[in-house]
Ligand binder design. Structure first.
Ligand SMILES: [Fe+2]
Ligand SMILES: [Fe+2]
Length: 339
């Protein structure tokens, strides 16, 4: 057996297959052939029973005869494709079935094998029909690995800043929890929620460049000290500058202190110059910062944070983000208490 064939055979052994055929003899023969080669084989003797079997237990691939009593193979294929577009279907057909074949193509049937069935041709057809999905799964796995590594790197950066600056201990983590919950409440795609969570997790990473005496100074900061603290937004973006994240993390870090009316820093952006991600992190940051203890003041409390949000809604903070944040805090007030 050559390399490619062996690969195909291994792959076949991972599949759950539904095989639908009304002719008992043909069914018996092919079932015996398939049974030894796939992980699981379910047989049905007409389209109606085949559809029931598919609905009970989504199979990786469906192989079906066309002409059958009760419900033919194409009617069954139409139902299966309507419910699960991606499930490959192979039809087994005689040459006289040309009209059916055209319908099969219209229905999105992936492959056909002609009678009498050459078992090797069938194995090849199964492999070809499923390989696209197989390759996609490989790509997804690789992507997940890269994504996990990125997340771990970001977490390490977050821990580094928190070791140095105990007063923001947990701040970034809580902002990340709240920002992700807001994004979820706003119905954002999972992909964007992930980006927002990671951006929030290191939004203050630039504080690594602010002297600890300033970060941990009790009492009010002088103006020049405050301008040094303000440098952390730009410093954070510069620190992350070369990392090619799949999300605009650098931008989230750079702009988390911008405000809708242009009164924020460092760029004094206005309105829609701020991205949605930035607007979400900005709101989560303010709420967390106000409701927890700071070196220069005791915690102002959640009530004060909510009042600030209400007052600033629409001119400092995006009102949809504020509404979502209020809903989240109502639902999960414990969110800001987590370490
Ligand atoms: Fe900040
Ligand atoms: Fe912050």
């Amino acid at each position: 057996m050559d390399e490619a064939r062996r690969g195909h055979a291994d792959f076949l052994r991972t599949l759950s297959v539904l095989y639908v055929e009304d002719d008992a003899e043909v069914r018996g023969q092919l079932a015996r052939f398939l049974e030894r080669r796939v992980k699981r084989l379910v047989v049905a003797d007409n389209g109606r029973l085949g559809l029931d079997a598919f609905r009970a237990d989504h199979h990786d691939i469906v192989i079906t005869d066309i002409k059958m009593p009760e419900m033919d193979g194409l009617q069954m294929a139409a139902h299966i494709k309507a419910a699960s577009r991606d499930v490959p279907i192979i039809v087994i057909t005689a040459y006289s079935d040309r009209d059916y074949l055209i319908r099969a193509i219209e229905l999105g049937v992936n492959r056909y094998v002609t009678k009498p069935i050459d078992p090797d041709a069938l194995v090849e057809a199964i492999y070809r029909a499923v390989e696209v999905r197989f390759q996609q799964e490989e790509i997804d796995r690789a992507n997940r690995r890269v994504r996990d590594t990125l997340e771990q790197t970001v977490m390490a950066m977050a821990r580094a800043i928190e070791l140095r600056d105990p007063y923001t201990d947990g701040h970034q983590k809580r902002v990340a929890l709240l920002a992700a919950a807001i994004a979820e409440d706003m119905g954002l795609a999972l992909e964007s929620i992930d980006g927002i969570r990671l951006g929030a997790l290191i939004h203050d990473v630039g504080k690594i460049q602010v002297p600890t005496e300033i970060l941990s100074k009790p009492g009010r900061l002088r103006d020049e000290e405050r301008s040094i603290v303000r440098l952390h937004a730009k410093a954070g973006e510069e620190l992350l500058g070369d990392i090619d994240f799949p999300w605009p993390i650098g931008q989230m870090v750079l702009h988390h202190h911008e405000r809708l009316d242009g009164s924020g820093y460092p760029d004094g952006l206005k309105g829609n110059e701020l991205t949605l991600e930035t607007k979400i992190i900005a709101v989560a940051d303010v709420v967390e910062a106000m409701s927890s203890h700071r070196p220069y003041r005791a915690a102002l409390g959640l009530e004060a944070a909510i009042a600030e949000l209400r007052q600033g809604s629409g001119h400092l903070y995006d009102s949809r983000v504020v509404d979502s944040c209020l809903r989240v805090l109502e639902r999960q007030p414990e969110l800001l208490k987590q370490p």
